[in-house]
Design a protein around this ligand. Structure first.
Ligand SMILES: [Zn+2]
Length: 110
């Protein structure tokens, strides 16, 4: 890190030893959405379990959303599968993800 005066500042220094000016704050590096979702590490096709992890919801909710046809999925035999790209696009369009049943105080009621 460098001070405005050009002097090198040790890590964590609050003031410049040369000119006494406040050390510039290091800008926090915000992760991009791609970084955050680890898109590069996500398989293009997901199981229910993996879709739940990606969307940070329970597997139960993923099943509910598929039964209600509220989420894009396809079937291979009787296995439900999700395309990551479709899930992410779908998720980006949701204002509120709800299923018919609501969860209240840990109890599931419909
Ligand atoms: Zn300085």
């Amino acid at each position: 890190m460098l001070c405005k005066c050009g002097a090198g500042l040790p890590k964590g220094a609050k003031f410049c030893m040369e000119c006494g000016a406040k050390a510039p704050k290091r800008k926090p590096k915000y992760p991009t959405i791609a970084d955050e979702l680890y898109i590069n590490k996500v398989d293009p096709v997901l199981t229910v379990k993996e879709a739940a992890v990606l969307l940070k919801v329970s597997e139960w909710m993923i099943y509910e959303l598929t039964y209600q046809n509220k989420i894009p999925f396809f079937q291979i035999g009787n296995r439900k599968r999700f395309r990551t790209s479709e899930l992410l696009e779908w998720a980006s369009k949701q204002k509120e993800i709800t299923t018919r049943a609501t969860v209240q105080e840990g109890k599931i009621s419909s």
